[in-house]
Design a binder for this molecule. Sequence first.
Ligand code: SAH
Length: 224
Amino acid sequence: MHFHVITLFKEVCEAYTNASVLGRAQKTEKGKGAKHRGKKIEVKYYNLRDFAKNKHHKVDDRPYGGGPGMVMYAEPILLAWEKAVGRKKDQKKVKTLIMSPRGKKFDTAMAKKLAEKYDHLVLISGRYEGIDSRVKKILKAEEISVGDYVLTGGELPALAIIDSVSRQVPGVLGTFESLEEERVSSGEMYTRPEVLEYKKKKYKVPPVFLSGNHKEIENRKLSQ
Ligand code: SAH
């Protein structure tokens, strides 16, 4: 799966996608013996300012019809999109998403569908008031929201989508973790020590978790 992120703030995103599971998924890992594990995902960033052709690399302007704030120009976004996926022959494998608080609500079902159906996801991250509406029309893009709250930019939403879609890409998670969305998970969990002392009080792990009786543990989780 190839992710293409169009943003004004790629440096805030890179730190996240280079860490932990997502970071590993972008590397070719050398396994034991002759076995090599290929890259599972690729994340590329396109700095919008590099595509702003005007003298000061301006990326936004006042809205037609008045109103508060600034609107992002269509042209630099279209140029960045061209560079990212414009030459891909099979455009049916390309999906373009515009981050927007008014978009369709993102969920696991959507993440699964995106991972199954497409090879390239372009994530357009807005700032200020948002993006010139012609971008959506020209690129036949879909507006996606990550929740009913408004953020100052589309970077966090784009990262949330990359993270969640990557989990659905085979090989990104270990087999144990990959079962997570499929199994009953109560959210109740413990690790060492068995007795935790905090401010003179003792907190014990419930005995059932130490029993080794998997059936009982499962029942406990179900009852939560
Ligand atoms: N007044 C504007 C606010 C734009 S927020 C409006 O009502 O649309 C600035 C940018 O942040 C948006 O262009 C979008 O890319 C991103 N954004 C903010 N909240 C978001 C959310 N819940 N889901 C997805 N993107 C969001």
